[in-house]
Design a protein around this ligand. Structure first.
Ligand code: ZN
Length: 492
């Protein structure tokens, strides 16, 4: 099995294979750590995680590099305003980012590269650009890329740059100008700003040069895949191509994947619109990390996702169905043998699931056969038409589903607990939903101890105490389910 993935550069679905026949070398633009990540950022990282996990599921090895932009215009400005070094300013956001990745079960790339630890490579690349006639120095000691030296500029975003003005410059890291300009590779030190003393002068790198230098450092001059949010296509990725190919004269990345941005309630997410959410905001409202993950990946990466709270409620319910079924599948006692119906249903579900993902990671089409299978298996169990051999076949399908979607195993308690602890520390305790606070204040061990006490109370026919414990737990959102296999509980 292979993956056919849309390639922004070629404009078509291309098969994604490691060109060295060994491991797929891929680079994904990481976060700029000046704030907590919002759900738009995480949609991109989640869709790249879907890519990663699917490639691993089909047996591919990966060499995945992600950068952390820990120096840029905003970071320097904010750190100066706060009166701290950029290292001290970015540290909590870097830690928060990794915590958030873990909460959302986003796998860590094989290599994480922090911009401030690779300045010499960036300087070397700028020197090579100077030697190639593609970069020039301005009077203040900054260095710029000369767009006129790279006629292929625009090949990724397919922008018509015929009106390009030779020598017009832009010195900010992020810009959306339709007409391309010479952009800053290196910015001369300004008084009070963080800077590095280097052979090309004292200063700091521009944002774009970071990704060119670090991707080539770890993956070579030419590699398999470059991924990022659609907002990075122009100018950031276009600039990366220009910087790298002007020096290497090779195709920088053969395949480009861009994840579309999301809307929130049908509108662009923005702080002024009041529809701006970080992952932490949603956890504090009581939504589970797994539901946020499922809601953000259930729309294929190339489609616009309209994020809504109804969608989160649906995702929560869907995960509940999967987990309940999974528990039933594991705990159930089925007679030996297998049924042709369930065997065929499991095989079809797996085939449809894999086919949908291999076709440009169509997550929406991929999840449908899984839920169909769960429904069919539940019915078969209800009617005693489900045998032990069917369990293995269905369990295999669920395992392959969860290898990519990663929502069945319940690991939601810890992220929520961490978000609450963070909010209490960060002066945001007022944002914690009250019912969440009650539910989370009790540990798993405490719940188990109470249930053991309830069990003892029942055995000595002290039903008053047993009922009291049940009420105490249900009042704070702990659902208790008595079955013939014993008592089970879960957090609502
Ligand atoms: Zn980048």
């Amino acid at each position: 099995m292979t993956l056919r993935l849309f390639n922004t550069l070629s404009g078509q679905l291309d098969e994604l294979v490691p060109s060295d026949g060994h491991a797929l070398r891929m680079y994904a633009c990481g976060p700029t750590v000046y704030d907590y990540g919002h759900i738009g950022n995480f949609r991109t990282f989640l869709e790249i995680d879907v890519l990663r996990r699917f490639l691993k599921l089909i047996g591919m090895r990966l060499q995945h590099v992600m950068n952390i932009t820990d120096v840029d215009d905003k970071i320097i400005r904010n750190a100066a305003q706060a009166g701290v070094s950029i290292g001290d300013y970015t540290r909590p956001y870097v830690e928060a980012f990794f915590e958030d990745l873990e909460a959302l079960r986003i796998e860590r790339p094989e290599q994480i590269a922090r911009a401030t630890e690779h300045i010499p490579r960036m300087v070397e690349l700028i020197q090579k650009l100077v030697a190639a006639g593609a970069a020039y120095r301005t009077d203040d000691g900054s260095w710029y890329f000369r767009l006129a030296s790279f006629p292929a500029y625009g090949k990724l975003s397919k922008k018509d740059l015929s009106g390009m003005e030779d020598g017009a410059r832009v010195d900010v890291d992020e810009y959306e100008k339709d007409s391309a300009r010479d952009f800053a590779l290196w910015k001369a030190a300004k008084p009070g700003e963080t800077s590095w003393e280097t052979p090309i002068g004292r200063g700091r790198p521009g944002w774009h040069i970071e990704c060119s230098a670090m991707s080539m450092e770890f993956l070579g001059d030419s590699f398999d895949l470059h991924a990022g949010g659609e907002d990075l296509m122009f100018p950031h990725h276009e600039n990366e191509i220009a910087q790298s190919e002007s020096v290497t004269h090779q195709t920088f990345a053969r395949h480009w994947m861009h994840v579309r941005f999301l809307l929130v309630d049908g509108r662009k997410m923005s702080k002024s619109e009041g529809n701006f959410f970080t992952l932490r905001d949603l956890l504090l409202k009581g939504y589970k990390a797994s539901a946020i993950r499922l809601a953000l990946i259930s729309v294929p990466y190339r489609h616009q996702l309209n994020f809504t709270f109804d969608g989160l409620v649906d995702a929560t319910a869907a995960i509940g169905r999967l987990r309940t079924f999974h528990a039933r599948l594991r705990a159930g006692k089925f007679p030996p043998g297998e049924t042709p119906e369930m065997q065929a249903a499991a095989e079809k579900a797996l085939n449809d699931y894999m086919a949908a993902l291999s076709n440009d990671l169509n997550t929406a089409e991929a999840r449908a056969p899984i839920f169909d299978l769960v429904r069919a298996a539940n019915t078969a169990m209800d009617q005693d038409r489900f045998l032990a051999g069917d369990r293995d076949a269905v369990a295999k399908v669920l395992a392959d589903f969860d290898a990519v979607f990663s929502v069945i195993e319940d690991r939601d308690t810890e992220p929520t607990r961490r978000a609450i602890a963070w909010a209490q520390q960060a002066g945001r305790a007022a944002d914690i939903a009250p019912e969440l606070l009650a539910k989370s204040s009790i540990t798993d061990e405490e719940i188990n101890a109470l249930l053991a006490e309830r069990d003892t109370a029942k055995k000595r026919r002290d039903f008053q105490r047993a009922d009291q414990i049940r009420k105490q737990l249900t009042d704070i959102g702990i659902l208790i389910e008595d079955s013939k296999d014993g008592v089970r509980w879960k957090r609502k």
